[in-house]
Design a protein around this ligand. Structure first.
Ligand code: PHE
Length: 341
């Protein structure tokens, strides 16, 4: 019996030496210290032994058991500190490595252009006036001298709400009436930037939403010469001092006379190319002298006051400036596009 216990102890300790991870240690524990372990069996079998042998065998069995327990505890400690050591060396952080820099946002190309444009107008004494994006049919069309059955009033062209009198503004011009009614009879010099909406087929050249920057000057003795001089001054500041410009007669219900401003195509220098559709010129804005009926609707006596107005599209101008061929890029929010600006 004594011999059996000696062998058992030796064997168990030898096996423990080979244990190299916590899972193996657990198996070892089950085998040598668990419920069906050999030492336990010896202790259970004591009763069957002659009485004089019992104390010696019992003592020895308990000794083996507690030695194995101590050996187990020591092994456990060793494994744990090895594990800690390992993670301290392997998972060491090099705090001097460069970090991952967070992606940086930037100003949308339309907003950049709008800010440049507004900055130039501000230097010329024009204040920013924010008008509403949801308008009434009256302000968007009626007070701007659109006749009752003008095609722009068609549901096909404008986004109406369930109320047939309320729509998303199709241009920033209704803001003209709002400023005039707020300021009359004071002279006015304002620009009105903001989003406009049209119920159109979305293509490379037309979107259902786009920005406009409206301008309005109302005062005494404002003439077509002021309109031309002011708009040419703007074009020179925005596109460069040497830019060539031309006015082309046009028509808008709310201005009379009306004109569109073209600048010489900066892609081909006026030779004719696909960007300017071989004309050598690029249209950048619509303008005109405020129609007497519109002045009156705004609360200004047209026999005393006169004024000019203009409207330009910052997306279109951005496209011309950067050679962007498709207007749909502006609101598609593709970072590969936006990150270029
Ligand atoms: N509102 C016109 C448009 O959307 C532009 C315009 C504004 C023309 C002011 C003349 C005067 O096309």
């Amino acid at each position: 019996m004594q011999e059996q216990l000696d062998k058992l102890e030796k064997q168990a300790l030898a096996e423990l030496d080979l244990v190299s991870d916590p899972a193996e240690l657990q198996n070892w524990k089950v085998k040598h210290l668990g419920r069906s372990a050999e030492v336990g069996k010896v202790l259970e079998g004591l009763r069957a032994l002659p009485a004089e042998d019992r104390p010696a065998i019992g003592r020895r069995a308990n000794e083996v058991k507690s030695r194995l327990e101590q050996a187990h505890a020591r092994k456990n400690d060793t494994l744990r500190s090895q594990e800690l050591e390992g993670s301290l060396t392997e998972e060491k952080l090099d705090v001097t490595l460069p970090g991952l820099s967070p992606a940086r946002g930037r100003i949308h190309p339309s907003t950049q252009t709008m800010r440049q444009i507004i900055h130039i107008w501000a230097e010329m004494g024009f204040q920013v006036y924010r008008s509403r994006e949801v308008e009434t049919d009256e302000y968007n069309f009626g007070l701007l001298n659109f006749p009752p059955h003008h095609p722009a009033r068609d549901m096909q062209d404008s986004f109406y709400t369930t109320d047939p009198e309320v729509l998303l503004r199709t241009h920033t011009s209704p803001g003209q009436i709002r400023v005039m009614r707020a300021r009359a009879p004071e002279p006015i010099r304002v620009v009105l930037p903001g989003m406009c909406y049209r119920h159109e087929q979305i293509t490379a050249r037309s979107e259902i939403q786009f920005n406009q920057i409206e301008g309005l000057a109302v005062g005494y003795n404002i003439t077509m010469a002021d309109l031309k001089g002011t708009l040419i001054a703007f074009a020179r500041r925005f596109f460069g001092q040497d830019v060539r410009t031309r006015f082309r007669g046009s028509y808008f219900p709310f201005t009379e006379p009306s004109a569109e401003l073209d600048i010489e195509c900066f892609v081909c220098g006026g030779e004719g190319c696909p960007v300017c559709k071989r004309t050598g010129w690029l249209e950048i804005l619509g303008s005109g002298m405020v129609h007497p009926t519109v002045l009156e609707n705004g609360g200004y006596d047209p026999s005393v006051y006169s004024g000019f107005a203009f409207g330009m599209g910052p997306e279109r101008i951005t496209m011309l400036k950067h050679g962007i061929e498709d207007i749909r890029y502006f609101w598609a929010n593709d970072l590969r596009f936006l990150e270029q600006f």
